[in-house]
Design a protein around this ligand. Structure first.
Ligand code: UGA
Length: 445
């Protein structure tokens, strides 16, 4: 049976590891964080991701997945996937420290090995990384010959947090970049065996195209959201307009498509913000100012502030007011608050003198590590809104969709709701006597 190593056990690495293990492959997961390794060995994912825990436990129980901090076991693998993080440097460019370290550990472990290993770069990296960094690093650390003893492929992933398992099992397409044929064929065969009859389109291309496809993909999606948010901001100032109807109308044009057209308080997370900054920085280093990328970022940076402004106007100042914030994670089904719009939004409310009471079904601990005790943390959505002057809905968790207008009327001091993700029915809320604002919803005619 084919053996696979995964270097870096974050959301991408773990999803990849448990999905291969579930199909019967022998997988070695390597991560330098010994605390994380101990947790994982006990079957505990260090973050929340639907379906991950049972798959992890089963893989460990069936001895299909081994977790270690020590990379030497990689010498027995046929494929080594690099799934480490690529954080932002201060200038927006990406930090390749972890990619270099993984490549070097892979190389060292291959020194005395007879395996002809394919090193697969899944981490999001700027063009040239596989060719100019991973390949020479593995070569130097292993002392072996490229395209004979070891191979390199660029194979970006398109997983969404909160949907990582499903996206690993059913990707829209597979991109494989390399400068030689053998590794591409081997990686393609691995995926054909893994997906069977459900194998999606496989695109074979150069390293650099594969690397850029990932950035273009994320930039397009983030740009699509910024675009609809921009139209939402126009609609919000237009009597009788509603961005949901407008998005529905343009989404039926097959050239546009209906997905990723949900207007809201903006995009966050560990990917879009970092990747757009990296693309901007890369582009500038090539002597080109990418106006579209800049506009997507700028639109996003201003998007959450409107909710604070409406709240401030409605309450005639925020000093001494209590604001309930529903949702802290950057999107539903994750406990991740990295670059979540909730963070600057809450900080701004506090700066304006408000007391903030927040609730999130999964992200309370991660939010606490960023916001500390500057915020009151409620234990349910209802206690969160109890006695508050205004409620801002920041993340569209299913749990919040169940709240009724009567819940807000009964609990808010004066019913005032700002729906930052368009989950509530404006007419129902207004009929109940609630002062109701929503992203992209114009004033009544
Ligand atoms: C994103 C991409 O969707 C993945 O394809 C990619 O693999 C991943 O980045 C990555 O580079 O690793 P993710 O960050 O997990 O995935 O989350 P998304 O579901 O894309 O949402 C990103 C942000 O956009 C969230 O803050 C979400 O609330 C916001 N969003 C999304 C909207 O405001 N409107 C939408 O219609 C969709």
């Amino acid at each position: 049976m084919v053996r696979i190593s995964i270097f870096g056990l974050g959301p991408v690495g773990l999803a990849t590891a448990v999905c291969f293990a579930a199909k019967g492959y022998r997988v070695l997961g390597v991560d330098p964080d010994t605390e994380r390794v101990k947790l994982l060995q006990r079957g505990q994912p260090p973050f929340y991701e639907p379906r991950l825990r049972p798959l992890l436990r089963r893989a460990i129980a069936k001895r299909k997945l081994e977790i270690a901090a020590d990379p030497t076991g990689n010498s027995r693998s046929d494929f080594a996937f690099i799934t480490v993080g690529t954080p932002s440097n201060d200038d927006g460019s990406i930090n390749l420290t972890y990619v270099r370290k993984a490549a070097s550990e892979i190389g060292e472990s291959l020194r005395a090995s007879k395996r002809r290993q394919v090193v697969v770069v899944k981490s999001t990296v700027t063009p040239g990384t596989a060719r100019k960094i991973v390949k020479p690093t593995v070569r130097a650390a292993s002392g072996r010959t490229y395209a004979k003893d070891f191979f390199v492929c660029s194979n970006p992933e398109f997983l969404r947090e909160g949907n990582a398992i499903q996206d690993t099992q059913f990707p829209d397409r597979i991109i494989i970049g390399s400068d030689e044929e053998r590794s591409v064929r081997r990686l393609e065969n691995l995926y054909r065996n893994f997906h069977g009859r459900g194998t999606p389109s496989i695109i074979r291309t150069s390293f650099e195209n594969a690397e850029l496809i990932k950035y273009a993909n994320n930039a397009f999606l983030a740009g699509k959201i910024s675009f609809i948010n921009c139209i939402a901001n126009i609609a919000e100032r237009t009597p009788g307009a509603d961005i949901q109807t407008i998005a529905g109308g343009i989404g039926l044009d097959r050239r546009i498509g209906p997905r990723f057209l949900n207007a809201g308080l903006g995009w966050g997370g560990s990917c879009f913000p970092k990747d757009l900054r990296a693309l901007l920085s890369l582009s500038k280093s090539l002597g080109y100012e990418p106006a579209m990328i800049k506009a997507a970022i700028e639109t996003n940076q201003a998007q959450w502030a409107r909710a604070v402004e409406i709240c401030k106007q409605g309450l005639e100042g925020l000093q001494g007011r209590t604001i309930a914030v529903l949702g802290l994670s950057f999107k539903p089904n994750t406990d991740d608050v990295r670059e979540a719009v909730s963070i600057p939004l809450v900080k701004e409310l506090l700066k304006e003198g408000a007391t903030v009471r927040a609730y999130d079904p999964a992200a309370m601990n991660s939010a606490r590590s960023v916001l500390g005790e500057s915020v009151e943390y409620a234990s349910t959505p209802l206690t969160c809104i109890d006695g508050a002057d205004c409620c801002i809905l920041v993340t569209e968790w299913e749990e919040f969709k169940k709240l009724q207008p009567s819940d807000f009327v009964a609990r808010l001091r004066r019913p005032f709701v700002i729906d930052g993700r368009r989950i509530y029915n404006a007419a129902r809320f207004r009929r109940a006597g609630i002062v109701f604002h929503a992203v992209g919803l114009g004033p009544a005619e």
